[in-house]
Design a binder for this molecule. Structure first.
Ligand SMILES: C[S@@+](CC[C@H](N)C(=O)[O-])C[C@H]1O[C@@H](n2cnc3c(N)ncnc32)[C@H](O)[C@@H]1O
Length: 468
């Protein structure tokens, strides 16, 4: 890899005697990782679930800063499998996995991921939160926000999705969040190994241009944080302007306080010397590719002062027991088809004939571009209930009354959109299950299981992982 001259000029003096090791590491092959998620971590999926051999054979050593994170080989075909499509696998750059740990999400918290697409960190936060909080994912870009919504659905993440600029959101959601992640758009120096085009696009001005944008985003983020709340700031770049100096600015100008993060194996403290010797910066964390296996990340956690008292809580968790024309049909459908489900599903939010779980209770949403308020649960056809894919991906097999188990080949045929044979007597909505994972819905009729796998999700190129 040929590093841009200006990048060498920027980093070599900062790294001093370590520069040669860093430069050598930047010429090595990039690392790749996967989070194995629907086994063990997911709500309700702990009983007897174990990761199938078909997946295990492709996992290398564990990533030490993320439970259920593993290094994988560059050529491992995990991204084209039924396990991936059913939300058991999220392929993510290894160092990026630490960011959800830095947030340390707690049940019941309301968390905003402000720059969220494609959703690597949101889905990790949802897993750590075990879907027991309110998670809101925002993405400014109109195309990327759709990919975000799709990834959240695939991974069974209970999160609302909005599409706004940070300042638009700050105007409607002041002091509303317990924690906010700003995984900022940055100059991407940690992408150079993975994507040589990133190195070509980088210029000596990139860090300054990016740091100004980061400050704009952070001003809005801090407005949305409740007093005493925490801000997590991360980038995948190495230069000081976008990292330590941004944190110093957050302390000086926005009056936040840096908190010490755990020192995960292989990670390094932030560099006080990159911002005029300020000691507090050692509480931030960096992954340098010559010291640990990952592409590189910076992360800091800061606390907003609590002295002003909390402004908002009255609305939170308020039960909306309104009855709608569809309420009775929906409650009956749940009772008939589900053994267990989150209690909030009894009071979903309806939008254009679709019922969504409500992850934004207590937040004003009028006039917002909201792609979903949570998991899409069902569509209403004249108050008749048609279950949606979101339910299948949020739940474990034991949560459903009607289940058909299939082998991997049948699972692949199902995800191609084929009808399956009905060997049982049940009629109506049933889920298809493979190796402890719910894949999606069918409607059983005599002799046949009509395929309800969403048309936009169907794939013709899935590969079989098991060797049997
Ligand atoms: C580093 S990426 C986020 C990656 C994501 N957190 C993940 O883990 O999958 C930064 C995101 O910020 C968005 N972005 C770009 N400019 C922005 C701005 N001015 N305000 C807010 N977000 C912006 C980009 O579209 C991009 O999706």
């Amino acid at each position: 890899m040929v590093l841009p001259d200006a990048f060498v000029k920027q980093m070599a003096p900062l790294l001093g005697s370590e520069w040669a090791d860093f430069a050598a590491a930047m010429s090595e092959a990039p690392t790749r990782g996967v989070r194995v998620q629907r086994y063990s971590v997911r709500q309700g999926a702990t009983d007897g679930d174990s990761v199938p051999q078909a997946i295990l054979q492709h996992l290398e050593s564990p990533i030490l800063w993320m439970p259920f994170g593993y290094y994988i080989n560059e050529r491992a075909p995990l991204g084209r499998t039924v396990f991936h499509e059913a939300g058991a696998l999220y392929i993510q750059e290894p160092s990026a996995m630490a960011i959800a740990r830095a947030i340390d999400p707690k049940p019941g918290e309301r968390i905003l991921d402000l720059c969220a697409a494609p959703g690597g960190k949101t889905t990790a936060i949802a897993a750590l939160l075990q879907n027991q909080g309110q998670l809101v994912a925002n993405e400014i870009h109109p195309t990327r926000v759709r990919i975000l919504a799709e990834n959240l659905e695939r991974m069974g993440a209970a999160a609302a999705v909005v599409n706004h600029s940070p300042d638009e959101l700050a105007a409607v959601w002041p002091e509303k969040f317990d924690a906010i992640l700003v995984d900022a758009p940055c100059s991407g120096e940690g992408m150079f190994r993975k994507d040589p085009a990133a190195a070509q696009e980088w210029t000596a001005e990139s860090p300054d241009i990016c740091s100004r944008r980061q400050q704009d985003i952070l001003r809005s983020a801090v407005k949305m944080l409740r007093p005493g709340g925490r801000l997590i700031y991360s980038t995948c770049t190495f230069n000081p302007q976008e990292n330590e100096r941004i944190v110093a600015w957050l302390e000086d100008d926005l009056h936040l306080t840096v908190e010490e993060l755990p020192l995960w194996p292989g990670w390094s403290p932030g560099e006080p010397n990159f911002a005029f010797g300020r000691e507090s910066l050692a509480k931030a964390r960096r992954l340098w590719p010559h010291r640990a296996r990952g592409e590189g990340h910076f992360v800091a956690r800061l606390r907003k002062r609590a002295e002003h008292g909390t402004a908002d809580d009255a609305e939170r968790g308020k039960d909306k027991q309104r009855k709608h024309s569809w309420s009775q049909a929906w409650e009956s459908w749940l009772a008939e088809h589900m053994v267990e489900y989150p209690s909030s599903w009894l009071v979903p939010r309806e939008h254009k004939g679709v019922l969504f779980s409500d992850e934004v209770t207590g937040l004003p949403t009028r006039g917002l571009r909201m792609l979903r308020s949570g998991t899409p649960l069902a569509s209403l056809a004249k108050d008749r209930i048609e279950p949606l894919h979101g339910i299948a991906l949020r739940c474990a097999p034991k949560d459903f009354r009607f289940v058909v188990e299939v082998d991997e080949e049948t699972a692949i045929a199902y995800m191609r959109g084929e009808a399956l044979a009905n060997d049982g007597g049940h009629k109506g909505h049933t889920v298809i299950v493979h190796q402890g994972l719910v894949l999606g819905w069918v409607k059983a009729i005599p002799g046949r299981l009509n395929n309800l796998y969403p048309k936009g999700w169907r794939k013709n190129n899935l590969v079989k992982l098991s060797t049997e």
